[in-house]
Design a protein around this ligand. Sequence first.
Ligand code: CTP
Ligand code: CA
Length: 224
Amino acid sequence: GVLAGAGAALAGKHVVITAGGTREPLDPVRFLGNRSSGKQGVALAHAALARGATVTLIAANLEVAPPTEVELRAVGSALELEVAVTAAAAVADVVIMAAAVADYRPVAARADKIKKDETGGTMLLELTRNPDILAGLARTKRSGQVLIGFAAETETDSVRLLELGREKMARKGCDFLVVNRVGWAEGFASDRNAITVLDHGGDIVCEASGSKLSVAGRILDLIT
Ligand code: CTP
Ligand code: CA
């Protein structure tokens, strides 16, 4: 099986994984969110534990139960995730940014519920850009730390998908970028995944498809 035979390749290593999707509050009862289920990040946590790692899971609104053996930090918004992962990264050997982080958040969360009659038949929301957490982690990376990002893309052309991945790698500066296609029917809610992993220079170092647990194992194989 996937877990059997994994041995203790990550014994003594501290692996930090972000999983799920951030929710950006609009008011006390509403948020802007995304469709990330957290399944791939939780599968990475299971796979890292099976290899003997100490795992910190930074969980943003997971739809699946995390393993009980992780050190769990629950977060809601992108800014909360940034605080938690930056602190955890300071003592991590490996950081994996599997979470879907909102690119924008409402300029300010309202203290009271927004009433529909405040506005007419249309409504404008003012949003502000969230920090790029992965790029920030790359800038402050400890020597020897391995930093892995994800790139979820809806591009259907596989050549263009790789181009997008290489452009994203250049912006992020992480060690590995896991590129995967997402759409209405694939990626987020699915129990399966298909990935292409790029190294820092943009070369393909792994192509894998299968269960999210088996894909997690292939990603962890990249860590020596
Ligand atoms: N990410 C992050 N901080 C953000 C946005 C994304 O750390 N504010 C991380 C994600 O966790 C993921 C990687 O960056 O590991 C790529 O996320 P993605 O949304 O694919 O890339 P973006 O740079 O946000 O580009 P775009 O959404 O425009 O494709
Ligand atoms: Ca994004």
